[in-house]
Design a protein around this ligand. Structure first.
Ligand code: GLU
Length: 601
């Protein structure tokens, strides 16, 4: 039985009132300076309850941008685009117009869930061996910081399409708050400084990245103001002329030039491979409307992102497997054991079967079928773990009784803490769950000179060589979208949204979203508790990653092996409390904590 509904029991800020002083310090490019007056970043709370709409992101300026839009009568889609654009300024290493993402939208009028696939796309010249010439994979760090890994960005097209289909603002209006943040600057905090320091060596090799993010050759100090007038101008241009100026105009020309001949400092010793993207690739880009994934879970409907993301299919398959156990009635060790086992099984199938559905045949309906879940669930024992690595099942529609467990090659997938997730809701009951990224923290490390944004390295999400014995669904190919793990998720009850969540974290996104749902829907936690709880991520790899506070002892006795990690994921979400009230929630601690607000507290 679901317990859902029973007892729902600093980063940095836009400098207010110092814009003139800061402008006086700035003569060109990105300038940091001591804050002229004591900076007063917007309030940052990880939880808020109230009415009129809600926004949760990792950053207070972005949350505020969304709230301001809602307050002025905008809807959840307008607020999501405004917040995402602001994140492009204040979280430039995680998201921006140089990247892509997946936008999931619940429309209150029609009671339907829609999604936009804004995933980056491989250029037409990309081949299956591009990342492994002669069968030898390029060293991963070399692939990351290269033109080769830059996919055609999908984020500008996603914003334009979402606003056109469901928004009430123009793109120019939705970009306005972000332009203000970029122009006036934001106060650097410890997380931003650390992320810059982690990237300093490669940023230093690209003069445009160096000028923007390493003022005076160093990561900006905590408490200084970082401005990005180039990005403000880029946003302005896109607002005035539409995304054509990006995909088929002067910004695109600069972008392709940068990918073709990455502007490396001549003094740098770094090998920076040129990319294959052409202006024709850019002009051909389309954000794609896709049917969401849907699974029933304990009387609820869980909607997610279909391939090329593996988010919806893997979370969905795991939920289908978990639905066969009454998790709420089990002791905590048994409940978590089943969560880890379901996740390991679903990952085995994800790795074998999920890729770009426009290039490979993904048996999505079968992966999400009850019959297949039954076949997979019967491998789970209460007293031991399925031997790792787990072999993929056969989603062929013929559901055999419990097959013997076989083992297969490992393909754990990469994890990180780049990417960002935001969630919005409005007074009409529309909801958006939107995850966007430039892949690694700092993407390719390459800034388009004069344009103020970093390029993604999303094409490193392809497998460089075949991991599935001749059946790898995620090898590079011309025009193909690399498999993602992004899992923006909206849960409905009787056609109305009750919960929306998502997270960054590479392949751990899937387990973070799954665990948050289980915590909330089965284990009696409130949404803030579900988000704050210690996490573990089981992906059919060598060991289950676990945060220090995750209760491993009883699980180890069942055969689980754990590898410690400091932090997994950074969730934001909203929950409908009824009568137009919303609970907005973000991380209290991880990644410096997030920011949740409502229009009327
Ligand atoms: N590129 C990853 C994906 O699409 C997200 C990156 C991250 O969160 O670290 O799955």
């Amino acid at each position: 039985m679901s317990r859902f509904g029973s007892d729902p029991r600093r980063r940095r800020g836009l400098v207010r009132g110092v814009g003139v002083a800061v402008l006086a310090l700035a003569t060109c490019g990105a300038v940091t300076g001591p804050v002229a007056a004591a900076p007063k970043p917007p309030d940052k709370q990880p939880t808020a309850i109230g009415s009129g709409g809600a926004v949760a992101t990792v950053d207070p300026d972005a949350t505020q941008a969304g709230i301001d839009v809602l307050r002025r009568g905008g809807n959840a889609v307008d607020a999501a685009v405004a917040a995402a654009a602001a994140l492009g300024v204040t979280e430039p290493y995680s998201a921006g117009i140089g990247g892509g993402g997946f936008f999931v939208y619940y429309d209150a009028r029609t009671r339907r869930v829609h999604t936009i696939d804004g995933r980056e796309t491989a250029p037409a010249a990309m081949q299956s061996d591009t990342f492994a010439p002669g069968g030898v994979p390029i060293p991963f760090p070399e692939a990351v910081t290269s033109g080769l890994s830059v996919g055609v960005p999908g984020t500008p097209a996603t914003w334009e399409r979402a606003l056109r289909l469901w928004g009430s603002l123009s793109l120019s209006q939705a970009l306005r708050p972000a332009i203000t943040v970029a122009q006036r600057g934001f106060v650097v905090d410890a997380t931003f400084r650390q992320q810059t320091a982690d990237n300093a060596a490669r940023f230093a090799d690209f003069p445009a990245s160096r000028a923007l993010f390493l003022p005076g050759g160093q990561p900006p100090a905590v408490g200084t103001v970082l401005r990005n007038p180039d990005l403000a101008a880029t946003y302005r241009l896109i607002g005035q002329r539409g995304t054509g100026v990006f995909y088929d105009g002067e910004i695109g020309t600069d972008l392709v030039k940068t990918v073709h001949a990455p502007p490396v400092d001549p003094a740098a010793t770094r090998v920076v491979r040129p990319g294959l993207m052409t202006e024709a690739d850019l002009a051909a880009y389309r954000a794609i409307d896709r049917a969401p994934t849907r699974v029933g879970y304990r009387g609820l409907d869980v909607f997610g992102m279909a391939p090329p993301s593996s988010g919806g299919s893997t979370v969905g398959e795991a939920l289908n497997i978990l639905e066969r156990s009454d998790l709420g009635s089990l002791d905590r060790t048994q409940a978590l054991h089943r969560y880890l086992e379901a996740s390991g099984l679903a990952f085995a199938d994800r790795n074998r079967y999920v890729g770009d559905p426009d290039r490979v045949n993904v048996p999505l309906a079968q992966l999400l079928s009850e019959g297949f879940a039954g076949e997979r669930a019967c491998l789970i024992s209460p007293t031991s773990t399925v031997a790792r690595p787990i072999a993929p099942g056969s989603p062929d529609g013929a559901h055999a009784p419990c097959p013997p467990a076989a083992t297969a090659a490992r393909d754990a997938g990469r994890e990180g803490l780049s990417t960002t997730h935001l969630t919005t809701a409005d007074r009409w009951g529309n909801v958006v769950a939107y995850t966007l990224t430039i892949e690694q923290t700092g993407g390719s490390g390459i800034t388009v000179p004069g344009r103020g944004f970093l390029l993604n390295n999303e094409l490193t999400d392809f497998n460089f060589t075949d991991t599935q014995g001749g059946n790898d669904p995620n090898l590079p190919a011309p025009g193909k979208r690399p498999r993602s793990s992004m899992a923006p998720t909206i849960v409905l009850r009787h056609g109305k949204p009750i919960l929306a969540v998502g997270s960054p974290g590479g392949a751990t996104i899937i387990t973070t979203v799954l665990q948050t749902l289980v915590n909330r829907l089965d284990l009696g936690m409130t949404l803030p508790e579900a988000i704050a709880a210690a996490r573990a991520s089981e992906r059919n790899g060598a060991a289950t990653q676990a945060e220090p506070a995750f209760p491993t002892a009883g699980l180890a006795a069942l055969g689980h092996t754990f590898a410690p990690v400091a932090e997994i994921g950074a969730v934001t979400g909203v929950e409908a409390l009824g009568h137009g009230r919303w609970l907005a929630a973000a991380e209290p601690v991880r990644r410096g904590g997030g920011s949740a607000k409502v229009v009327r507290p």
